[in-house]
Design a binder for this molecule. Structure first.
Ligand code: 2HG
Ligand code: ZN
Length: 462
């Protein structure tokens, strides 16, 4: 152990597990963005809330910045430690603490992977409904820090809706308990909700009490092929009017090309320009009849060219793979990612404008469009050509994102629908939040984190 600060850390928190190997610094110092070179001071892996508090108090005494760290599956650089910060990993704080059948809540430590939490709920005959492809690697604490969304927001909302209580170690090391599982609590500011989406800039979520829902209905999955972008929202309206939608996701032929090259089976004989994968309640004949009615209506209108309904759980998973496998299938092209949202009603006009902008701006790049269209959330992945340098690619993408941010501003949209601002979207925060709001955010940060040591430089600069 070379840095004397680490000796003093171990003195302040005897027995604290620390990692300083170069491979660990690299592993824990970055997230899925891969843009920054990891350079943390060390990795602290506390085994108790008291140790988290001791580390944060030490950080205050020595003015060392702390980067809270969950599964590091984030796409906005929120968990990057590239500037000598101490990474505080919640990985060992991953236990279930309580299940309350009457309240229908689970209380868990923040480092628990989402999938483990989902399985615990299932074992109790209940559902934790927030879900997305990174479920096996991401942690509930990270989900809370970014207000993660995913593929079932259309039915169940974002992480925010499912948090009944939080325990948080604030930037000064104090342990705070917010909302304590209450359904009704009109007693002033709701700090629990302030922490959701705060990206580790106010403190460290150490424990969460999450709400659970009734078990999901029996569902079926349908894949639709569409002729154009323009009909997408009409198909969405036709399906939403007739059915209980659990998910409604879209992607393009470019996405299909990458995901099938990665091994996903493709059920149609022809390639079509656009696709939707939708999951809907199909517990009874009425559910299936409604799905067929929606499908036939869209076929008659010429909005849908082909379709397939899952005949088994395996086929349902295969259809989902076409959508859920996209991120992994394009990862090798170091994609530049936009994650934007507008109101659903503004989506047709926004789609037209953003598509014209992007097609014009990136004539030579492979652009993969997909996302949670039923939530008004588009993912745009621009793939780096092998013969274009990293810096040149980034500067072109940032230029186009500036233009896209102007369009979003006009539409009252958001530059980050569900991935967070982190480092990646920080230059564009003003397109979504006005100056007065950002000033308030800074004031809130000062109240929670007087020395500005909690994930500094993420979300906004001091
Ligand atoms: C998804 O919806 C994730 O699959 C990742 O939010 C999106 O890779 C992306 O751009
Ligand atoms: Zn997404």
């Amino acid at each position: 152990m070379t840095d004397p600060r680490l000796d003093s850390l171990l003195h302040a928190c005897p027995g604290l597990r620390l990692k300083t190997d170069p491979a660990d610094l690299e592993h824990y110092g970055r997230d899925w963005t891969r843009r920054w070179t990891p350079a943390p001071l060390a990795i602290a892996l506390p085994g108790s809330v008291e140790e988290v508090q001791a580390v944060v108090r030490w950080a205050n005494a020595h003015k060392v910045a702390v980067v809270p760290s969950g599964g590091r599956t984030g796409l906005s650089g929120g968990a990057v430690a590239a500037d000598g910060e101490l990474v505080l990993s919640l990985e060992r704080l991953n236990k279930a603490l309580d299940f309350n059948a009457v309240d229908r809540t689970l209380t868990v430590q923040a480092g628990m992977p989402l999938e483990v939490l989902q399985n615990l709920a299932r074992e109790q005959g209940l559902l934790y409904p927030v879900d997305f492809a990174a479920r096996g690697s991401c942690s509930i604490g990270g989900n809370i820090a970014t207000n993660a969304g995913g593929i079932r927001v259309i039915r169940y909302g974002n992480t925010r809706e499912w948090i009944a209580g939080l325990k948080v170690v604030a930037g000064n090391g104090e342990l705070l308990a917010f909302n304590k599982g209450l359904i009704k609590n009109s007693s002033g500011y709701d700090f629990r909700q302030l922490l959701v989406g705060s990206e580790g800039t106010l403190g460290i979520v150490v424990e969460a009490t999450v709400k659970l829902a009734d078990p999901p209905p029996a569902t079926n999955v349908m894949l639709l092929a569409l002729p154009s972008f323009e009909v997408l929202m009409q198909v969405f309206s036709a399906f939403r009017e007739r059915m209980q939608l659990e998910a409604f996701e879209f992607f393009t032929d470019r996405a299909v090309q990458h995901v099938t090259a990665h091994g996903a089976p493709y059920p149609f004989t022809e390639i079509h320009p656009y696709y939707v994968v939708t999951e809907y309640a199909s517990a009874d004949e009425a559910g299936e009849a409604a799905a067929m009615a929606a499908f036939e209506h869209c076929m008659e209108q010429g909005w849908v060219l082909d379709g397939v309904i899952s005949a088994s759980d395996t086929q349902a998973q295969q259809l989902w793979r076409l959508r859920e496998g996209i991120t992994e299938s394009v990862a090798r092209y170091k994609p530049y990612k936009n994650d934007v949202s507008v109101r659903i009603s503004a989506m047709p006009a926004f789609l037209a404008e953003s598509q014209a902008l992007i097609n014009g701006a990136y004539p030579q790049f492979d652009v993969v469009w997909f996302g949670h269209i039923g939530d008004g959330n588009l993912h745009i992945n621009v793939l780096k050509p092998d013969d274009t340098g990293d810096a040149e690619f980034l500067s072109q993408c940032e230029h186009v994102t500036t233009l896209l941010a102007e369009v979003l501003h006009r539409f009252d949209g958001s530059i980050s629908a569900e991935h967070g601002i982190g480092l990646v979207k920080k230059p564009y925060l003003e397109s979504t939040r006005d100056a007065a709001e950002i000033a308030l955010m800074r004031g809130v940060k000062r109240a929670f984190d007087p020395h500005g040591l909690m994930n500094p430089g993420k979300l906004f600069d001091p």
